[in-house]
Design a protein around this ligand. Structure first.
Ligand SMILES: [Fe+2]
Length: 340
């Protein structure tokens, strides 16, 4: 094992990042090891920045215009129909794509428990060196504010929490394995016409209490910019949305790709879209709040207008994993790209 870890270091120093990752993944398969998983976080964080990524020569999203979508609403498909064409048609033609039952329920249950374990590990300050669920890589800059160590005293008041996946090496490795098994690597490579990468800042574990302060309508392109290609995989791990006891996601899906005015017409924040503007949009475009079962996945990109759908009737926490993928040549460096 020690020799193989040294070998991974040598490969990294030679710039053979993917080979180093493959070696460590094979070593970790079936018998997860804290040292390997932490090294994988370090290498994946360094690898993208250290490499030269050329823009693709093939067109982005293939021939998706050949499948124009009619009418309003989100495309809903079964996992067998999930490919680069249905993804392009859904995201670019409709504004989102819902794949029912993409992730097996035993895996959603496992991930939900892993999020709780990750939260618990953060409460045990003395376990930093021994926990596979808690790690701050020297190659990572910053961390999200909620559930952070400095919040420990106030934790009883924390109603919604975000943890970067890259802060929990075991869950990160598990998710990367899962995304490979679901075919995301090949689907996204075809969609972007180049390899996809993840991002430390936009790959987040979430647990939201039913009485959390409601978030406002927004587009992620408002914070991130729009000079790149992206796909967000929104994976709820709880039964949620319309008629359920946990908060779902409400969206106004459209093929119209523009960033709306923010901070006006009753907006709660300078980055959010005001109620007045939303009401105007809703006259032509109905809002959708799907009912999600664990394992259903919603795909959209940085133009999608959405909010967490809170309501007075809610009683349950909502668990979810939010994974933003980017085309490797266009990802903003400030998002801390992660080799996928
Ligand atoms: Fe968002």
């Amino acid at each position: 094992m020690k020799e193989q870890l040294m070998q991974a270091d040598i490969l990294s120093q030679q710039g053979k990042w993917a080979e180093a990752v493959n070696l460590l993944c094979a070593l970790n398969q079936g018998r997860p090891d804290i040292g390997i998983e932490r090294k994988l976080v370090d290498i994946r964080l360094q690898a993208h920045t250290a490499q030269q990524w050329l823009a693709p020569t093939a067109p982005w999203a293939g021939e998706w215009e050949n499948y124009p979508a009619n009418g309003h609403g989100i495309d809903e498909i079964e996992p067998a129909a999930f490919n680069a064409s249905t993804l392009a048609k859904g995201i670019l033609g409709r504004g989102a794509l819902l794949v029912r039952g993409l992730v097996p329920q035993e895996i959603t249950q496992e991930l939900k428990e892993a999020i709780d374990t990750t939260i618990l590990a953060r409460e045990q300050e003395n376990q930093t060196e021994t926990s596979p669920w808690k790690y701050v890589s020297p190659h990572m800059k910053g961390r999200p504010s909620n559930f952070g160590a400095k919040d420990a005293v106030k934790r009883k008041k924390v109603k919604k929490g975000s943890i970067w996946v890259a802060e929990s090496p075991r869950i990160m490795q598990r998710l990367i394995e899962l995304y490979g098994q679901l075919g995301l690597r090949s689907v996204l490579t075809e969609y972007f016409a180049e390899p996809p990468v993840l991002s430390a800042k936009k790959w987040v574990l979430r647990k939201i209490a039913p009485d959390a302060i409601p978030a406002d309508w927004h587009q992620d392109g408002r914070f991130l910019g729009t000079n790149f290609h992206s796909v967000n995989m929104w994976m709820p791990l709880s039964e949620c949305g319309a008629g359920a006891d946990a908060a779902g996601l409400e969206t106004i899906p459209t093929a119209n790709r523009k960033i709306h005015e923010t901070g006006t017409q009753g907006a709660a924040f300078d980055w959010s879209v005001g109620r007045g503007l939303i009401e105007g949009l809703r006259q032509d475009l109905p809002a959708f709040e799907p009912r999600f079962r664990p394992g259903d996945v919603l795909f959209f990109d940085h133009y999608n207008l959405h909010r967490t759908a809170f309501g007075a009737h809610l009683t349950e926490n909502r668990y979810a994993v939010e994974s933003w993928f980017f085309s490797s040549s266009s990802v903003p460096q400030k998002l801390m790209p992660i080799l996928f």
